[in-house]
Design a protein around this ligand. Sequence first.
Ligand code: DX5
Ligand code: ZN
Length: 232
Amino acid sequence: MNYELRESVDPTMWSAPEIAPSVLSADFGYLMDDIKAIEGDCTFLHLDVMDGHYVPNMSIGLPVIKSIRKHTDMIFDTHLMIDNPDEYIAAFADAGSDYITFHVECSKDPLRTIELIKAQGKKAGMSIHPDTPIETVVPYLKELDLFLVMSVRPGFGGQKFMPEALERLKFIRTQLDSINSKALLSVDGGVINGNASDIYNAGATLFVTGSTVFCAPDKSKAVKDLKACALS
Ligand code: DX5
Ligand code: ZN
């Protein structure tokens, strides 16, 4: 898929559930090898950006996204776990992100942040920390192309899925349907074969998963298995 096509994608063209592997669990010494292993099975690649302030960890940033952009046409689903997202949106757009997701807790004016993302010609996503009341985001849903429910505390891969995320997904699914929104409903953290069906039934359409895919010996098979489990 070339850049122009990525720009004009219609989210309804994908058949849910889509899997967005998170490179956080990839082997950064062999990053493109790991990405190539799942490229044929997935449309989205999830890129976790951490600043050591909003979350107690640091990860990848602009140079890595820019570099891998040259080697794959996957849709880049950039997840900003950073304070002051407004200051960095243009840079993450330029680096090659297609979707840019910020945390509602990090923005002083979420509508303005959404506008900044759209002004760059990118799809706007919002995420929410598990401790933040889910109702907080309702006023913004109609403006969004993606909503990401965190099912772990943001900052680290390999954590256990928080079951209360299911109710939060159902709440957002109901809200999106009630306004006829075609936004992707994404879930991030602790997604494994054993909970995929519950997550799918709760209304998620885009499954972010790091360790389930990138820590598996056969990464392509791990994607296929996870999709099958979601639909089972
Ligand atoms: C956590 C990140 C996730 C993480 C998920 O803050 O946002 O994307 O990579 O990793 P797993 O699937 O291992 O829980
Ligand atoms: Zn993430």
